[in-house]
Design a protein around this ligand. Sequence first.
Ligand code: SF4
Length: 1008
Amino acid sequence: MGGATLEVSRRTLLKTTAAGAGLSLAGFGFNIPSVQAAVKGFKLEDGKEYTSICTFCACGCGMVGYVKDGKMINLEGDSDHIVNEGGLCSKGASMSVIPNSDGRVLTPKYRAPKSDKWEEISWEDAIEKIASKIVQVRNDFWISSEEENGKTYNVNRCDALSFVGGAQVHNEECYLITKMTRMLGVSFLEHQARLCHSSTVPALTAAFGRGAMTNTWQDLKNSKAILIEGSNAAENHPMSAKWLMRAKANGATIIHVDPRFTRTSKLADIHAQIRPGTDIAFLGAIINYIIEKEAYDVEYLLTHTNAALLVSPEYDFNDGLFAGYNEEKHSYDKKKWAYQLDGAGKPIVATLNHPDSVMMKLKEFYKRYDLETASNITGIPAEDIQKIAEVMINNRPGTVMYALGMTQHTVGVQNIRSFTVMQFLLGNVGKPGSGINALRGEPNVQGSTDFAVLFNYFPGYLSTPNHRQQTLDEWTKASGTFRAKFMVNLMKSWFGENANKDNDFCYPLMPKINADKNYSIYRIFETALEKEMKFLYIMGQNPLVTSPNLNIVQAGLEKLEMLVVADPFETETACFWQKREGVEPANIDTEVILLPAASFLEKEGTLINSSRLVQWRYAGLKPLGKSKPDIEIIDLLFQKIREKYANSTEEKDKIFKLANWNYPADNRSETVLKEINGYDIKTGKLLNSIGEIKADGSTSTGCWVYAGVFAGNENQTLRKDFQTDPGNLGIFPKYAWTWPGNIHILYNRASCDKNGKPFDEKNKIIWWDENAQKWTGYDIPDVPSAKDGPATANGQKPFRMSGEGLGRLFGGTYADPDPASTLPRDISYVTSDGPFPEFYEPVESPTKNILHENVASNPCLIYPRVKGFQEIGNKKDFPYVLCTSAVSEHWCSGAYTRNVPWLNELVKETFIELPHSLADKLNIKNGDKVKVNSARGEVVVKAMVTNRIHTLKINGEECTVVWMPYNWGFKGLSSAASTNLLTIDAGDPNTWIQETKACLVNVSKAGA
Ligand code: SF4
């Protein structure tokens, strides 16, 4: 065994050192009794110790809390944790305030229609009011069927109920909210991932077959080149900086591409200032350079990607549009983006040089992205783009880190697809130190996405049934037989013995979304504005700060009949009705209930960090006041609703009698986690792995990618072996558990050649063991079966979750035939706006699109959607580009952090960052009040004049970028106008993620 071989834990070592300090100091002539007295007085001596996980970014740092007399007396970084090794950033380090905070909500509160105050109510009253409202709305607005072309479809839906939130709560809580809402017939189910990383899942799925971060935080140390683009990792994922520094110490070159010079740029060897919204042009030039210099990895491309597959002659790209464009519908006929198939329905494989090959199409597509053109679009000097390309070419393996600077655009999905193309060409996927690292920003946003707190998924990324998929077979036709068994298992988890083959495993009871409609969070508020949304339940999310174009959110909330917010603090959303400029409580009829949710330090359960590490949080404290963990609130609510339907004989209500819902109060979280893991139904044994899942209804799993989290009948998320690291790669296979199947580096089969031999013996991670006739290594091999060697078809599927089993440079349509069925085995995911990533200008742009005259912004975009609320500004009135993100000291809407005095001392108010050139032009000095306005709103904030941004040259003209944090709202100990009053809610056509990183504003001195 290689790697770390410490014999005592780092934490024990620290304690031992403290206790033994007297001995070691004696030799230096110190007074031993007084030193010992100091040690005796150690404040944590009688404290009960417990571990937790930070509640902010998805680094997932470990914490140790100390509790004395029921109070938290200390909180510090867990030195035995594999990610933070004892460190915490300013946010994490200040959390001991939370369990003792004066600002916490201690009891349920009620705001009556037109009232200007809260009234305290009991939990019984609160649950009764909420359950009654849900039942009334569900009964009154139930849609049992819909007509289309003369055909009737059962849909079992209620579109007047909506639920939001999940990235802040545990996996078990997400699972139950999904389960409860789907039983209720809810389609409007959403959470923060829609607004932050919703573009990541389709982009990575279209290339790799899965939508998650490929490698781990610790794996950064194995990289030789690290491209950080659209992310201020050092400030927004602070613990990543530890691993960046380690990579640097190992000789890595770090590149930072971002509109501002930040603390991340300070760590980097190269910083390139880019105009927001032009990443595809920058990456296009890198890709073109790699192709022109023939610096691509031929063996990798031929073995592991679709580069040599032949594209159908119907594919084309002309003047900004791919083949199949329908101008009226703003959409494509994706069938035009197919392969040439053989008689068995498999893609024809040729050579890289074949004129119809993916590689030749790619070459043709990218040749327009020369260095000069990219420089004109992005503002980055051509020689800097070339320098960055050379670094990536000459330092492999290289990795990519990105965050919302890439995702929040109307081309968010294709931004990320560009990374996949670059990394495939460089052979940079599946190896230690390689990959594409989507830096998730919330503590459990990966989990809330896994558990489908999103309208378009069921748990485990199974697509939500739509009205044209009335039977399981019809669903399978669109999703493939491989995934069908997971849907059967989900139904078994939800309905137990009531789900069987004869009733199609209760699948017909599930709500069916309308295939042509969107149910995203944007539509929740728009539907409310149309007076068709009656009820909204929010947990751990604060849309009145974090959503774009806040005017719509405020107006929508005012039209609801009931709003419920579960949160440890009074959020802006919960208090939207309170008197302030433009808001008059007497005019607002919405009933509001605020439920006191326990803080993260007061509840147990699991959450998953950005690298898919599922970790257990202990509850070291009792919930403050009358607050309750969300899992208990959901359980109470479901039981009350079921009670109300107990005597109903209506068809729509029988689901509550069939539902499998029984969670003991003293062990709720672990019982739910076991259900998620799944059982062998006959034996009652917990499943050990995905491989044990059966299609015939003899097993169950609530989320198939988590099968194995309870392997060996043990809760794997409790494991804390931070010492075993075979290969010294930072894998730590016995520390907690990663999905799927404890694989840490996804697609690691691609680290080996055709024969299963590592491409780089010195950087190996898995390999085919000829003697043992199995795949083995330092990580769990990411292969369909450990025993299917390189000579088998399964042994050549490095990207086994895509239909082709290969990495997809060309994201074309493909359905892999299933020899055992008339239905397809797997269907590759295709993005809606093109099989290759094309550059388009942001909706609000300071310049024209120089690549094609007739198509400025994404041609699949449909915007504006709501008259009077979604104005589009132009350069004449709004000459500056606004980019928004977060400061290190505050997090997301600031609901927690703006209630922490220490953090408010560090950054006490919001501001706008301006370059000196603009400040001088407008006669603005540091600290002056300035007015910032867009086509949608106006705010007044202080100016921060810096030299961290400079004016760019874009298409021969000057372009100035300004920047604002979005962490403020009107509540909390530090309050200010929200930046999202200015931002635009135009969305990427794939996921509707908004363009918060690039809109146009004007700036002027306030009062001038
Ligand atoms: S905010 Fe992120 S980096 Fe900071 S302590 Fe929490 S998890 Fe760690």
